[in-house]
Ligand binder design. Sequence first.
Ligand code: ZN
Length: 263
Amino acid sequence: MNIQIRQWMPQGWRPFLRGLRRRLRAAFYASRSAILARLAFLPRRYCPVCDTFSPRFQDHPINGRACARCPRCGSLERHRLVHRFFTLKREQLFRPNDRMLHFAPERCLVPYFESIPSLEYETADLNGKKAHLVIDVTDIPLPDRSFDLVYCSHVLEHVNDDITAMSELYRILKPGGSAVILVPIIDAATYEDPDITDPNERARLFGQHDHVRRYGLDIVTRLSAAGFNVQLFSITDIAGEDEIEIMGLDCPGCREIFLCSKH
Ligand SMILES: [Zn+2]
């Protein structure tokens, strides 16, 4: 059919039609790029912590990790993951008139805990400007069986004597209470060496200049030895693939949450 059309087409038309075809093709690709550029500005990320949609998450302000930080509340992947976890476990973890202690409180999560009705919520930190109570997690100046819920995230990897810290967390929990504990998990086995004190060596071996060890999944053994009944929740237990993508929950080393119960 094409051959027949070409046969009958006047010779002078052919360059004109070739040019027209080039212009139409260029217009199509130009409009496609414009449409895609517009789509890039549509909200494609959702932060469950501040309940906000945004076009993208920001890169991490210190290490530059791509798409890590919510531009509104400043949450990172692990904050959004643990927020998701607390939301899923809300009925189990936040019972009426429960008392909760939050160590090293992350500013983006504080409003969430404060918003839970009837929860008696307190924060603790070595730095008194950041929390209600000034507390060293290895020597907690509070009575036994004081709290129903303890949340302690990315603290233990900074603590020299984490075994004592775990025992202290266990001690201050009431029977039936729970501790939600997060640490960076890098390997299967924990690696530590108290002789390594140089910040550069710590950064190289433990992942950050002020970390004193690199935890593995065998942290479960340490937590169990402190008395806890430990349940491990991985990121895929907490969120589906689409949620992980849209909420930006995935971050290497921050895919596990340990729910530690005291019977
Ligand atoms: Zn946010």
